[in-house]
Ligand binder design. Structure first.
Ligand SMILES: Nc1ncnc2c1ncn2[C@@H]1O[C@H](COP(=O)(O)OP(=O)(O)OP(=O)(O)O)[C@@H](O)[C@H]1O
Ligand SMILES: [Mg+2]
Length: 565
């Protein structure tokens, strides 16, 4: 890295100024970004008490010479830019020369650093920004920054900090994003001595997604690779079946920098319009590469936001990138799609509920809500069964092909979802013994209350053994143990955060077990029933895992194929 220099007053005045460290997670972000700018391949973050007691970030990057180490703690001292013009094409994460002095000012900070070429390193101890001691230190090449007693001298700021658990969770989320920004770097986060996150540094983004969001999410990701208008988009989008109730699982990086952007989220989600249940959000990890001149990173003091010179282009390209990926992967029927921005399902997104009057014998009429499913779900006439797994059906606008298994899974999923909302569970005559250990045992404990609400009562029965006492009423006898372990496995991977997301995970696992496997059953009266049931679903076009349940070959397409035009 270049030598550190103090920026001139003119350059300093052009840098978006403001609070750099308002909470422990911001300290972690700044220290890790410094490590990444220093070319680190391995970064270890270790925190105690939500980062308030101690944050240590260790890297194997280029380290600093003794003179640079002292300069690094001065305001506006940076090795990353030298003049105001450089602000227009910043390629590093840092550029203000503010992070280390701002952190040092509100903590007791120790900087230990050694360039690989030097045999000895430097150690500096500071308190409230004042250097207490400077000396020579040993240790491996790279840099270790330890921040103790954050905000010890600024009680006002400390008031805004939440509990250690909350701050720790924010740090985990921050480290997760940083890890997703650089799959080629091995990250490790330990909290109070316990490892909570580790990425391999293999360079494969999907590996990093698995480590951060869980293997179950990683399995459902579709690759995105797209380039247009000088803009590259790469990364992954989750199949609609792995939707989330918030946008926390949508992360965007612009030239390797994490940014917050509802705008990009909207661009990506427009591609999924109609495939995503209302109020649910896709999982997304997208890297945008843009010419540094086309993006201004100097708009927010914490560098969370960027400004694009051509925002509309960025919107369109992100939208197309996601759409192209999903269509390639799940082949949503597209041939009758009139124009780019429209949804591709007939009547997509218009599912609605109307109150239906039902009269009970001898009683007062009662209002009940009945889902009408998607308005415009086609009237379908079963035509036959095509082995191994397809039902052919005729509609007013062409031929429909149903994947029997996927369609049945959707129907069961919605049934189970409704039942799980009310389930009291069915008592087993003889409790079933099941062995649950390690991660699954932890999951059982974490989700115990949710599981009980859904009808699963499971009690510990000594060393790794549990007794299943009740299960949801619709479970097949004999399958209780297998289903419970599958449910725990999926919960451990997906970590749903609310009761609604929890039920969706459980219903998807159960639906998958019960659904007819392709080819098990011939079409006939059953096919007609399945078509009707599917038409009543709230989201009939995708199975719970996001694969299509039916595809359509429209009459225009048939006419074209038979050259009747
Ligand atoms: N882990 C590290 N390894 C090597 N050099 C580092 C490390 N951390 C900081 N430095 C050096 O110290 C300088 C000051 O760091 P600091 O984070 O304060 O500012 P910056 O990264 O240049 O800009 P910003 O304030 O935007 O982060 C950096 O420019 C870099 O040269
Ligand atoms: Mg920095």
């Amino acid at each position: 890295m270049a030598r550190i220099r103090v920026l001139d007053a003119d350059t300093v005045s052009r840098i978006a100024a403001g609070e750099v460290v308002e909470r422990p997670a911001a300290v972690v972000k700044e220290l890790v970004e410094n490590a990444l700018d220093a070319g680190a391949r391995v970064v270890h973050i270790d925190i105690a008490a939500g980062g308030l007691e101690r944050i240590t970030v260790t890297d194997d990057g280029c380290g600093m010479e003794p003179g640079d180490a002292e300069l690094a703690l001065q305001r506006h001292a940076t090795s990353k830019i030298t003049a105001a013009e450089d602000l227009e094409a910043v390629r590093t994460l840092g550029f203000r020369g503010e992070a280390l002095p701002s952190i040092a000012a509100v903590s007791r900070l120790t900087l230990r650093t050694r360039p690989a070429a030097s045999s000895a390193g430097t150690v500096l101890e500071t308190e409230g920004g004042l250097v207490l001691s400077a000396g020579v230190s040993g240790g491996p090449p790279g840099t270790v920054v330890t921040v103790r007693d954050l905000f010890f001298n600024t009680p006002a700021r400390k008031k805004f900090v939440r509990s250690a658990a909350h701050e720790g969770a924010m740090i985990s989320e921050m480290v997760g994003r940083l890890a997703l920004s650089r799959p080629e770097v091995a990250f490790r986060l330990t909290v109070n001595g316990r490892q909570v996150l580790a990425t391999s540094g293999s360079g494969d983004l999907l590996d990093a997604i698995g480590a951060v969001f869980g293997a179950a999410v990683a399995r459902e990701m579709v690759p995105v690779r797209f380039e247009e208008r000088g803009l590259g988009v790469s990364g992954y989008v989750g199949r609609p079946g792995v939707s989330r109730s918030s946008r926390r699982h949508q992360v965007f990086f612009v030239n390797g920098r994490y940014i917050r952007s509802a705008y990009l989220g909207a661009a990506a989600e427009e591609s999924l319009h109609g495939a995503m249940p209302a109020g649910r959000h896709a999982v997304l990890v997208l890297h945008l590469s843009v010419e540094p001149g086309m993006v201004d990173v100097n708009v927010h003091p914490a560098k969370h936001e960027v400004r694009f010179s051509q925002p509309r282009d960025v919107y369109v390209v992100v939208h197309r990138a996601v759409r192209e990926a999903l269509h390639r992967e799940i082949q949503i029927p597209v041939e009758e799609c009139g124009h780019l921005e429209s949804a591709c399902f007939p009547g997509a997104g218009t599912g609605f509920r109307i109150p239906v009057q039902v009269t009970f014998q001898g009683g007062e009429p009662e209002l009940r809500e009945e889902s009408t499913g998607y308005q415009g779900f086609p009237q379908l006439q079963p035509l036959g069964f095509l082995p191994p797994a397809y039902i052919l059906a005729g509609g007013a606008d062409g031929l429909y092909i149903l994947d029997q298994h996927a369609a049945h899974e959707r129907v069961l999923f919605e049934q189970y979802l409704r039942t799980l909302e009310q389930s009291a569970g069915k008592q087993l005559l003889v409790p079933v013994m099941v062995e649950i250990r390690g991660r699954e045992a932890q999951t059982l404990e974490d989700y115990g209350p949710f599981l009980r609400q859904a009808g699963f009562e499971v009690d510990p029965f000594g060393e790794g053994a549990y007794l299943i006492r009740t299960v949801p009423s619709f479970l097949r006898p004999g399958a209780e143990a297998v289903l419970l372990t599958d449910v725990l496995d999926r919960l451990a991977g997906e970590r749903p955060v609310d009761a609604d997301a929890f039920r969706r995970v459980v219903a998807a696992v159960l639906a998958c077990h019960r659904a007819v496997r392709g080819g098990d059953k011939p079409a006939g009266p059953e096919a007609a029933a399945l078509l009707t049931d599917l038409g009543r679903c709230a989201e009939p076009y995708l199975c719970p895992h996001g694969r299509p349940t039916l595809i359509r070959i429209g009459f225009p397409e048939l006419a074209r194929r038979f050259q009747r035009e």
